[in-house]
Every structure is written in C-alpha cells, then in structure tokens.
Design a protein around this ligand. Structure first.
Ligand code: DON
Length: 568
C-alpha cells in the first residue's frame, strides 16, 4: 500500500473512531504519516527505504540500515544519492549516547584560495559548479566503512549487495527522475569526454528501465576490497584518469589520504528537549541551536504555525544567524570556530536587543557578532529508527543536482561539485546565495562549509524525533521549522513535513516561501511589517520520524518528491 493509501485509510479510521461528537467539532483531524511498531526508514526513494527496512528486518541496527540506504540512494537517486560525494551522520543510541560522523568531501592537495578567480579578479562563471575542477575528494565510501567499524552489526557485504543487485538488474524510473535525467542530457554531453551512454536518451519516461552496470562493478570492488575498492586500485585509477581528461586535480594521493572524522555533535536544549545536531564543518547544528535559543523566550505556540507573528519572529532570528554563519563558520580543522561564543546565552540575548515584533530589521543593520577569539539544488536526507530505539540521521550530497555532471568513465558514478560551498571569493555569493570569508576560504585538504543539518531530538531521556532535509541554505531553516511545528504547534510528523516553509538568510534581505506557506492576509501583514517576500517552490524535502506517545513510529515523507516512509 503506498503512502497516500495508508494516509487515506488512517484518515477514514480516525473519522469513524471519533463518533458523533466529532461531527460537531470544527477541529480538522490530524494527518498522520506511515505508522509502524518496530522500525522505520524514510528516504527520497521507495526502493532505498525498502532496502533499509529489509536490513532492519534481518536484525541489522539503524547504522547498518543507514549504510545500506546510502549505497542504495547512490543507485536509485543519482541526483543526490552518491558514492562520489559526502555527508554527515548523527547517531543517537538507545542508551542515550550520541555521535556524529563527518564524511564531507575534502579539497584536493592542489586546491588553492584563488583557483576559481579569473584574470579580471572575479570568479570564472561555472568553474566551481560544473566539470572536473568543481569536485572535492569524495567521502561517502570511507564514511560508510568508518561508521560500520564502530557500530555495524551485519557484514558490510550484506549491506552493499542489494545496491549491486539493483544497479545490475535495473529498475524503473519514476516520473520525476525521468524528467530530471532528460533535463541533464546537454550537461552530460558538455562535461564528459567519454559519454555516459547508460544515462543518455533524448527523452526518458516514467517506467523506463535503467541499468548502472559500471556502478555495479564499482560497488562490487567496494564489497570485495572495502575502502580500498574505491580509494585505491581500479576505481582510483578510473577517477584519476577522468580527472586528467578534464583538467581536474584529484590525485591518487588525495584519494588515499581521504579521512572521515568522528566529531562531537552540537547539543542544545529547547523547551525541555535535547537537540542533537551536526557540528562544523557543517554550520547546521550551530545555526539550528542559535535559532532555537533566539525564539525560546517567546510563546511561539500561542502565535500558531505560519502566521505573520510567528513567521516574523522566526525570520528575524534567521537573518541574525545567517550573518554569523557567513563570518564565523568553517572547517574546525583549519579555522578556529568560536562555538561557545556563538552559543553563549548572553550573546544570543544581545542579538535580539534590536528585535521589534512589529517591524522587519534591515539586514544591512545586522553584522556578524564581533568576538575576540581566545588565543590559541540537490542533497538528500534519510532517517532511520530500529526496533531497539537506535536512531540515525544522515544528510548526504553531491551539492547541485547530479553534482558536477561529470560521470567517472568506467566507474559509473557522478562526482560532486562541492567546491562551490567554499567561499570562492570573500563576499561573492555561491549557488545558494550564501556569502562567506576567511573562515571558509579554500585550502588544500580543507572541508567546505555545509548547511546540512541531520538532527535528532530527545525528550525526557527518550528518542522523540529524527529530522533532516536537502535544500542548500534552506536546510537549516526547514529543520528549525519542522522542530518548532512539532514541539510548539503540536503538528504531527506528516503535517510538519508537508507544511509550507519559509526562509530568510540575511542576504538577500527577504523571506522566501512555498506557495502554500501563507494565506494572502499573512503575506500582506508581513509586507506591512517591512519584509520583502518572494515565492520560491520546491526547496527541501523533509524525511523525518516521530516517536508517538505509545511508542509507535510515525514516518513523515515529503510529498514534494518521490520520498517514502517504509516501516514494519
Ligand atoms: O552542504 C551543503 O550545505 C550543500 N552542498 C547542500 C546542497 C543542497 O542541499 C542542495 N539541495 N537541494
């Protein structure tokens, strides 16, 4: 039964079980997502969610399932799923312990601060976003092995095999994927000297079979040789040959030297909940913690979701947080990120001293906090909860849809264009309009700043929610909104996922919003308060899990994509 059918049946059940009283009630019945007793996987593709649930049913834990889903998405969701990119994994074990894995791409050793700047001192159009030079050294395969080493319970072979089978035997394209692949034909031709024949077709249609034979071969080498199946031997040779054909700079040494890093998650409290999220080199966890702390003193619940009052408050918090992001966030291995200053309660209070509940602040009046530091458009998210209550939140990406558009010839996978997430020139916006400076300047071996915000929420010592989404800079604000929608406004997981979203990132000075986010009176009111508004649909796909009071799990899959919650 698909998600819509399940929702329909649930709605009917709710309608019938409420009895005559509810006929007089004006309250809308709550819309729940997929409900399951034991385990749940919510991801961007039904086949990937199924692969994850199969692992859970076999007795695998949440990390096992997450690893299997990461590989499966690399096959069935190549716009963002990947082995040629990177990401972040946040873990909460059922004993309450937490962990965070950084498998973000690293800049190649030949990368340098001005590598994208042309003779006229401005960035060369497209150089950091398309083609071979846009790629960072991929981290996903190493990340999966490092996660497995610490937490895996089933053999890695068992977790990779389902993806090999799908890649070799083929699968049917969804309408959306067919559309996206058709839209990339010109790019694939332009950025590949060896044409990726298996992706080429004048027009892909829903239900077409697609096969990834070379990718199946690469995954077999990873299955048989572990990490070395990617970073050494035939796959590494194919990556380096691809680089040489396209003037890229990733070398054998860069591949061998790639390392994922275990980091301390960013942990904050919000209205009695513990929020566990990703630390730098993602800005996500810090930005989310700042946002929640800025709005905590206000009674958001009484303002209601997506009203002018609550949107104004949240947007004002957002513009201040993004100003800090632009200045203070970068790879902690290269730049001293002032984490404790940014999360200091007094500092955050001072950020809101000029907050006016009736008027928008001009972004030009907001600068990043001034600290003296002590000396010294694709991504994908998936959420997993297993029968033991372990939870995993993973956001992974090639950066833009189909990354750099470069397919490694003979190896069948797409390389990321993550280098664009560096600040390629101070004050010059990247593809998400984000600006940055010194903290996020390019250096060899450094990781580019991210907005990915895989998050887990705990209440009274127990797991409550697993949250995350793609969406570039809007990731941070979408995760913020989803958490507020559940905690402050009492929405179900599905309602919080489906709700129209809004976003302010300091620069440009405006609130961007989904078409269903506000009614016309709210839009008018926000404009009267001095906000610039712009409708922008299609960003973000929240794929989340909520633990209900009776212990069952509610999977909320974003209706804006092919996303699917599968539980058992
Ligand atoms: O790491 C980041 O913040 C970006 N590379 C994420 C890109 C993204 O979410 C695109 N998706 N829609």
């Amino acid at each position: 039964m698909n998600r819509l059918n399940i929702c329909f049946v649930l709605l009917l059940l709710i309608a019938f079980s409420c009895g005559p009283q509810s006929e007089q009630s004006t309250e809308k019945p709550q819309e729940r997502g997929v409900i399951a007793e034991n385990g749940m996987v919510v991801s961007a593709h039904p086949l990937a969610s199924q692969v994850g649930v199969d692992v859970l049913k076999k007795g695998g834990n949440a990390v096992d399932a997450a690893i299997a889903v990461q590989f499966a998405l690399a096959v069935v969701y190549p716009t963002a799923g990947n082995i040629g990119g990177g990401g972040f994994m946040v873990i909460r074990n059922n004993d309450g312990s937490t962990d965070a894995l950084d498998f973000r791409e690293m800049a190649a050793s030949a990368a340098s601060r001005d590598m994208y700047i042309g003779g006229d001192s401005i960035p060369v159009e497209g150089l950091s976003t398309r083609g071979h030079l846009a790629a960072g050294v991929p981290g996903s395969v190493d990340g999966m092995f490092v996660a497995h080493e610490r937490y895996g319970s089933l053999a890695m072979e068992e977790l990779i095999q389902p993806s090999i089978d799908i890649a070799a035997n083929g699968f049917l394209l969804t309408a959306r994927e067919a559309r996206m692949l058709t839209g990339q034909q010109e790019n694939f031709e332009k950025y590949n000297s060896v044409l990726p024949e298996f992706l080429m077709k004048e027009k892909w249609n829903e239900g077409d079979s697609i096969y990834y034979k070379d990718l199946a071969g690469t995954l077999e080498r990873v299955r048989d040789n572990g990490r070395a199946g990617f970073y050494e031997g035939e796959t590494a040779d194919l990556i380096v040959a691809e680089m040489q054909r396209g003037n890229g700079i990733i070398t054998h040494e860069d591949l061998i030297n790639y390392k994922s890093v275990w980091r301390e998650p960013i942990i904050t409290q919000y209205r009695g909940h513990k929020i566990i999220s990703m630390s730098p080199p993602s800005s996500g966890g810090i930005a989310l913690a700042q946002l929640l702390k800025l709005v905590e003193p206000f009674d958001l619940g009484s303002m209601g979701p997506n009203t002018a009052q609550s949107a104004h408050l949240m947007a004002e918090a957002e513009r201040r947080v993004f100003a800090d992001r632009a200045t203070h966030l970068g790879d902690p291995d290269y730049y001293q990120v002032p984490v404790s200053n940014l999360l200091d309660e007094e500092y955050l209070k001072s950020r809101f001293e000029n907050y006016n509940p009736e008027r928008a602040t001009n972004s030009d009046e907001i600068l990043a906090g001034d600290f003296t530091i002590a000396e010294s458009m694709e991504t994908t998210h998936f959420s997993v909860v297993d029968a033991q209550g372990n939870a995993v939140s993973v956001t992974t990406t090639l950066n833009g849809g189909y990354g750099s558009k470069v397919v490694v010839a003979g190896a069948g996978f797409i390389l990321n264009n993550e280098m664009d997430d560096f600040s390629i020139k101070p004050g010059f916006p990247n593809m998400y309009g984000l600006v940055g400076g010194e903290a996020n300047a390019i250096e060899a071996g450094k990781r580019m700043l991210s907005s990915m915000t895989p998050t887990i929420v705990e209440k009274d010592g127990k797991l409550l929610m697993v949250v995350g989404t793609p969406g570039g800079s809007t990731i941070i604000t979408s995760v913020f909104q989803a958490i507020v929608n559940v905690i402050d406004h009492g929405l179900t997981m599905q309602e919080a996922v489906s709700a129209g979203r809004f976003h302010n990132q300091w620069r440009p000075d405006m609130i961007m919003y989904h078409e269903n986010a506000f009614d016309s009176a709210t839009i008018q009111r926000l404009q009267d308060m001095g906000h610039n508004l712009r409708e922008r649909n299609g960003y973000g796909k929240l794929d989340c899990i909520l633990v209900l009071e009776d212990g069952r799990l509610e999977g909320g899959a974003d209706p804006r994509g092919d996303d699917a919650a599968v539980g058992y």
